[in-house]
Design a binder for this molecule. Structure first.
Ligand code: NAD
Length: 491
């Protein structure tokens, strides 16, 4: 407890604007809640629209100098930020667990993953390049260059409070863009600690601004309508993403959207069952099921469904539910009462439609928002739980008999973020990859997120990619300079 209080006392709780800390213009503050108790653990400045404007003004003012800072210098600042986050991994892990609920082991995993974006893009900052070529008719020359898009607004969710910020800030800074980050109101402390670390790393004033607020639309709306803003990158629900795309239209603002998922996890009868169950555990329970990449629908061949279900139930039932700071806990609470209520509604709905509870199925009594690992079988194909993101530790299982049936079940969703396929037949794995409407596919693997790989979805799971070589492109504009034939003027 002392360690927790000591850490909380060290984290800045004001707004980070123009390289300094300030209270909200209205003086307003809001509480951050520990989801394992429902009790407040800190109070944070609540940014007003005026504070949002000040943050964009600071980003706009810093833009020119930052874009002209040599790539190597930008790279070294990002590298320094990577080192500092890594040095303070325990602090980041604990604060994330306190405000978001997941276990310390999960939080440590996120720190490593989140920090890696800083290192990866520090390495990419010095590799931005263009091309010089001769036009096909042999006359003009074509010079193609890349330059930073400009001030960027980042709106991030609560489920990965550090990684969703670094996945945007690192490529933006590498490309030479300045930024304003509006973190989720449920998890502002991780973002504020990160701002503190970026400040210590020497990121110049105005290059990153962090403005937690409970008035998301009122604060970000005017920024999205402001011609000084050149880019919006959002990670969150499809519902909010759709609205933000519409808000961005009048300025024809460049947008990147990392939206919801409804991942199918398909297990064929030729799969290595141990590998499939291991993969299913990771794809379902990583981050307590509160992940856009979480397996949301288990589509299992009828010949192995009974055996797969029995093994999954056995493994999931062994997961101890408890406060994320307890060493024995394998799964923490859900983030808030509304999230838990929605999970329960989806489970109740599926049961009323004919599904059977093989494990769990009801919230745990007592303080905090705990929900146990749950397995549902005989889930009817039309059930709401197969259409909506569950965002909790619930595995609905449906069965199939033919490959075509598995494909059409998997594609029967508006989402297209990721899918998982378990089979020993590589041809089949690749054939399925060609058929599934997804941006990412795990082949005999239950977790595939990697800073070196392009993360993102198709259909209503979003636009654009984060990470990999592709991630930095989201923050670069292409400029073409047509040059008259230099040979033509030869004396
Ligand atoms: P959310 O859409 O409710 O909120 C996301 C962010 O948007 C928060 O910062 C919130 O304050 C802000 N927001 C909400 N309404 C807004 C408005 N009108 N204007 C501006 N900002 C607004 O999502 P959430 O509950 O925080 O996160 C869970 C969702 O995020 C899930 O749908 C999940 O799939 C998705 N997600 C996607 C990815 C991905 O990379 N595809 C990664 C993580 C989470």
């Amino acid at each position: 407890m002392t360690t927790e209080n000591e850490l909380l006392a060290r984290i800045p709780t004001d707004l980070y604007v123009g390289g300094g800390w300030r209270s909200a213009s209205t003086g307003a503050r809001f509480d951050v809640i520990d989801p394992s108790t429902g009790e407040p653990i800190a109070s944070v400045a609540d940014a007003s629209p005026e504070d949002g404007e000040a943050a964009l003004a600071a980003a706009h003012e810093a833009q020119r100098a930052w874009s002209r800072t040599p790539p190597r210098e930008r790279a070294e600042l990002l590298r320094r930020a990577f080192e500092l986050v890594t040095e303070r991994a325990d602090d980041f892990a604990l604060v994330m667990t306190l405000e978001m609920g997941k276990t310390l082991a999960e939080s440590r995993g996120e720190v490593a993953y989140g920090a890696e974006f800083l290192r990866w893009f520090s390495e990419e900052a010095v590799r931005i390049s263009g091309r010089y070529s001769t036009a096909p008719d042999g006359r003009n020359r074509l010079l193609v260059t890349k330059r930073p898009v400009g001030p960027s607004l980042f709106i991030t969710p609560w489920n990965f409070p550090l990684a969703m910020a670094t996945r945007k800030i690192a490529p933006a800074l590498a490309a030479g863009c300045t930024s304003v980050l509006k973190p989720a109101a449920l998890t502002p402390l991780t973002a504020l600690l990160f701002a503190d670390v970026l400040h210590e790393a020497g990121i110049p004033a105005g290059v990153v601004n962090v403005i937690p607020t409970t008035r998301a639309g009122a604060v970000t709306g005017p920024l999205i309508a402001d011609s000084r803003l050149r880019k919006l990158s959002f990670t969150g629900s499809t519902e909010v993403g759709r609205r933000l795309i519409a808000d961005a239209a009048p300025q024809v603002l460049r947008v990147s959207m990392e939206l919801g998922g409804n991942a199918p996890l398909i297990v064929f009868d030729d799969a290595d069952l141990d590998q499939a169950v291991d993969g299913a555990m990771l794809a379902k329970l990583r981050n307590g099921g509160e992940a856009c990449t979480a397996a949301n629908r288990f589509i299992v061949h009828e010949a192995i469904a009974e055996e797969f279900t029995a093994r999954l139930v056995e493994r999931m039932s062994a997961h101890t539910v408890g406060r994320g700071t307890d060493a024995a806990s394998r799964i923490g609470p859900l983030v808030d009462a509304a999230t838990r209520h929605k999970v329960q509604q989806l489970v109740d709905g599926a049961v009323s439609e004919g599904a059977r509870v093989a494990l769990g199925g009801a919230p745990l009594d007592g303080p905090g928002y705990f929900y146990p690992p749950t397995v549902l079988v005989d889930v009817p194909a039309h059930s709401g739980i197969l259409r909506e993101e569950i965002f909790g530790p619930v595995a609905p299982i449906v069965t199939f008999s033919t490959e075509d049936e598995a494909i059409s079940l998997a594609n029967a969703t508006e989402y297209g973020l990721v899918a998982y396929v378990f089979t020993r037949d590589l041809d089949r794995g690749l054939r399925i990859a060609e058929e599934l409407e997804v941006g990412m596919l795990g082949l005999n693997a239950g977790v595939i997120s990697n800073p070196a790989a392009p993360f993102g979805g198709v259909k209503q799971s979003g636009l654009g990619r984060e990470g990999g070589f592709e991630g930095i492109e989201e923050y670069l504009e292409t400029q073409y300079i047509g040059i008259s034939d230099p040979q033509a003027t030869k004396p």
